[in-house]
Design a protein around this ligand. Structure first.
Ligand code: PAF
Length: 279
């Protein structure tokens, strides 16, 4: 597996793959990879001839009070996992390779980024779109793979690709969970043993909500109330939001069409997200 650090090297690598008639898949990540990322890489390996995985803890999607410095990093471990998954190339740039110090152009997503995570993290999705847009321009993939755990991110990226005519197909992949239900996340590593137990209230609320929908409940208020009450029983949990929205990320009172039930909950200082989608 190739490990490349400059834009020029990646462009050259992709150019050679294209000249050999190969299709290219991209899996953008911030590293500290887990089985959720592995599932994206394996899907890309299955669907594309060449898989490029970017590992870049993107500073522009973190606010100054957030965990950019603390975000876990372990390139050696990531490279091992990616080799096992069959990735072909890792793009691991430094921040000054990705961002010009005097850059003035960014991508700013509009309506879809204002609700849910965007309320607490107002600059987050602008940073995500800008870096993902740059990665699309650098790697020019045929397909790019994103996890459904970041459901709002996935919806925003799909809209960005449509709105700005990026020539890439976005593939959403299911949430991968621990055996006890906790959604896999690099941030789970922040949790101490008590918090790890407490964190189960998110996936339990997801299960509860899904069961109510399957039992025929249509009122999102009734479902959300039950989910919220369940989370509030956990003393270490503090709800950021638990909401039901349509795929434009607007709140809905009744389930009709595709509906996303999404939540962000602080367990101690760690902010975790989880969700389920009803089609
Ligand atoms: O989901 C992530 O890990 C990041 O937001 C992404 C898409 C790699 C952009 O930095």
């Amino acid at each position: 597996m190739k490990i490349l650090t400059t834009v020029k090297e990646v462009r050259e690598y992709v150019k050679n793959a294209r000249m050999a008639g190969k299709t290219v898949g991209l899996v953008p990540t911030m590293g500290y990879l887990h089985e959720g990322h592995a599932s994206l890489v394996k899907k890309s390996v299955a669907e594309c001839d060449v898989t490029v995985v970017s590992i870049f803890v993107n500073p522009t999607q973190f606010a100054p009070n957030e965990d950019f410095d603390a975000y876990p990093r372990d390139l050696e471990r990531d490279v091992k996992l990616l080799t096992e998954c069959g990735a072909d190339c890792v793009f691991h740039p430094e921040a000054d390779e990705m961002y010009f110090p005097d850059a003035t152009t960014t991508i700013v997503p509009d309506v879809l980024s204002k609700n849910l995570c965007g309320k607490t993290r107002p600059i987050h999705f602008g940073g995500v779109c800008t870096v993902v847009g740059k990665l699309f321009n650098i790697v020019t993939p045929d397909k790019a793979f994103f996890g459904q755990k970041d459901a709002q991110q996935l919806a925003i990226i799909k809209r960005m690709v449509r709105d700005l005519n990026f020539g890439v197909e976005i593939v959403g992949c299911p949430i991968i969970r621990e055996e006890d239900g906790l959604a896999k996340s690099s941030r789970n590593t922040y949790l101490n043993p008590d918090e790890r137990k407490a964190a189960l209230c998110l996936s339990q609320a997801v299960k509860l909500g899904r069961e109510m929908v399957l039992a025929g409940e249509k009122s999102t208020k009734v479902i959300l109330d039950k989910m919220i009450k369940h989370i509030e029983k956990e003393p270490l949990a503090k709800i950021d939001y638990v909401q039901a929205v349509d795929m434009s990320m607007q709140d809905v009172d009744t389930i009709c069409g595709e509906t996303l039930f999404a939540m962000a909950v602080y367990i101690g200082k760690t902010r975790l997200i989880d969700n389920f989608i009803i089609d």
